[in-house]
Design a protein. Structure first.
Length: 145
């Protein structure tokens, strides 16, 4: 999580703590309504994903939100993120939303390509402003197989 927060500090413009660390209260993710996944390379954790309800974002209580998603830099641009995201999406049929802060310029083409490839182009991308920040919402339907 600290690596993720270090990366996100650039886009959300927050500072580290006085000791130079980055922290984030993850307590809410360990309660009902969230699923947490960790990606490994052998025994080394290299990424994580958190899935929750997208009701707050799209008004659909059955829709899923990719709340948080991260792959450490060493494993980026090698297909790990796309494979990991597809694995998570495959676990939950139904409507999905992937929210990407528009300031996060490297993430936008990644998510656009990942969602487009996964859905074979059957997705919507809309811009939403939330608390003064502009977000791209990628929404799609994952059918049961």
């Amino acid at each position: 999580m600290e690596h993720y927060l270090h990366d996100m500090a650039e886009w959300f413009e927050f500072d580290s703590r006085e000791d130079g660390s980055y922290s984030y209260a993850t307590d809410r993710f360990w309660g009902d309504g969230f699923a947490v996944f960790v990606a490994y390379s052998e025994v080394i954790p290299i990424g994580f994903a958190v899935v929750g309800s997208a009701e707050h974002w799209v008004g659909d209580e059955t829709a899923r939100d990719l709340v948080e998603f991260f792959v450490v830099r060493k494993y980026r641009r090698k297909g790990v993120g796309r494979i990991f995201a597809e694995h998570v999406w495959n676990l939950y049929p139904g409507k999905w939303v992937v929210r990407v802060l528009q300031r996060n310029l490297p993430a936008l083409p990644f998510w656009r390509a990942a969602v487009s490839g996964y859905t074979r182009g059957a997705f919507d991308e809309d811009i939403h402003e939330v608390e003064g920040l502009r977000w791209s919402y990628f929404t799609f339907q994952k059918n049961e197989t």
